[in-house]
Write a new protein. Structure first.
Length: 401
């Protein structure tokens, strides 16, 4: 095994590290050294010192979910009085609000709701595209695609093809957690997608020309070796397809979850981000997770390998349910980027530069708190749901009224 000093020279020479070498660096290199190595990799890939971000909105169309992952504080069981499904008009209103502040896409994710068939998603996507032809839908996740495959009894490639025909533009990397089946079984997310199944959805999407992102949620029950295995599996698929635009990692948020426990430290976040930048040598972009770490650690991420500040978000429900409620609007994101010595630029999902900060071009209202899916106490049920067959008993009863 190479020494830390020899591994440092290997990384600085732009050579690929093995799994054992990555583990040695992750465990043995001082945090500041890991940061300098990751920053060097970032500088080679992005020499112009531009840090990007996207103005979009994170909309969760339903919180009803049958997966029951033990680390999730957001989901509600089928039939719960706190369960909801957004109506199309509600989604349109959220898009209007997003466009008003310069937004270009919706990150659309939700629970595995047995009462929302594939046709509901197709109709929603078509309705969005009909009203907003140039607006982008960055939607679902590999486990959601798998769930729709099972509901519709269609193979995954056919589900992706139908969603693309309806208006799907790209797939976010949700539901990856840790891509090791031992961990997935302990987290109760093995049933929604095995590691191989998650990777294969992305493979099929890339083959159809869709770009996607990749994620990792660490800090639950996994070992250091399993975190590295996750990164190496992503690297191998990227070698094969080249379809990932970016990687995002964040720490498990334990509050209000069945799994409980404690949150990993900010130092551990920075070390994990840095090793990801070193291992994922075929990923151009790494996002800073200010949503879970806060603005200041998000800013520090730019010295540990990140070249992107992610999304202005506008709305967030999942992480908030687990106790984290950080908010940064465009002005604050840009200030963090510029104070760290970088140039801030707006981008789209494909990491194409769209321009300078929107708030400097026109009057954009300040956003000091992230919006919610719905106001508390709103239990309204969309009228159009009666047009879709329900599978759950409570869903069938609801649609008979």
């Amino acid at each position: 095994m190479l020494s830390i000093t020899e591994l440092v020279e290997k990384v600085r020479a732009g050579e690929r590290v093995s799994d054992a070498e990555a583990l040695e660096l992750y465990r043995g290199a001082p945090t500041a050294l890991l940061g300098r190595l990751a920053d060097g990799v970032r500088a080679r890939k992005h020499p112009a010192r531009i840090v990007t971000y996207i103005i979009d909105r994170n909309v969760n169309y339903t919180n009803v979910c049958v997966a029951r992952c033990t680390f999730c504080a957001f989901y509600r069981a089928v039939g719960s009085s706190e369960g909801y499904v957004l109506g199309f008009d509600e989604v349109f209103r959220k898009i209007d609000e997003t466009i008003a502040v310069g937004g270009v896409q919706l990150l659309l994710q939700g629970g595995h709701n047995p009462d929302l068939p594939l046709t509901w998603y197709e109709d929603l996507f078509r309705a969005v595209k009909q009203r907003y032809p140039s607006f982008k839908l960055h939607a679902l996740s590999p486990p959601a695609v798998i769930y729709l495959s099972r509901l519709s009894q269609l193979p995954v490639p056919a589900v992706i093809a139908r969603l693309m025909a309806a208006g799907l533009d790209s797939i976010p990397g949700g539901g990856a957690e840790i891509l090791v089946d031992r961990v997935r079984k302990l987290l109760h997310c093995y049933g929604k997608a095995t590691a191989d199944e998650w990777l294969d959805v992305m493979r099929q999407a890339h083959r159809k020309g869709l770009r996607t992102t990749a994620t990792m949620m660490y800090g639950t029950v996994e070992t250091d070796e399993e975190r590295l295995e996750h990164l190496l599996r992503l690297r191998a698929l990227q070698d094969e397809t080249g379809g990932f635009t970016a990687f995002i990692t964040w720490s498990y948020q334990p509050d209000h979850t069945e799994l409980a426990g404690s949150e990993a430290t900010g130092i551990e976040y920075l070390r994990t981000l840095a090793i990801a930048r070193i291992v994922l040598d075929n990923f151009d972009n790494l996002q800073a997770s200010w949503v879970t770490q806060g603005g200041k650690v998000g800013q520090l991420s730019l010295a540990y390998g990140a070249n992107d500040m992610g999304s202005v978000m506008i709305e967030e429900n999942v992480v908030r349910a687990a106790g984290a409620s950080y908010c940064m609007d465009e002005a604050e994101i840009v200030r963090n980027i510029e104070d760290a010595g970088f140039t801030a630029k707006r981008r789209n999902m494909h990491y194409e530069i769209l321009g300078d900060p929107m708030f400097r071009e026109r009057d954009v209202p300040r956003m000091l708190e992230l919006a919610r899916a719905r106001e508390d106490g709103d239990t309204s049920v969309p009228d159009k749901l009666v047009n879709y067959p329900a599978r759950s008993r409570s869903g069938k009863q609801l649609r008979q009224h």
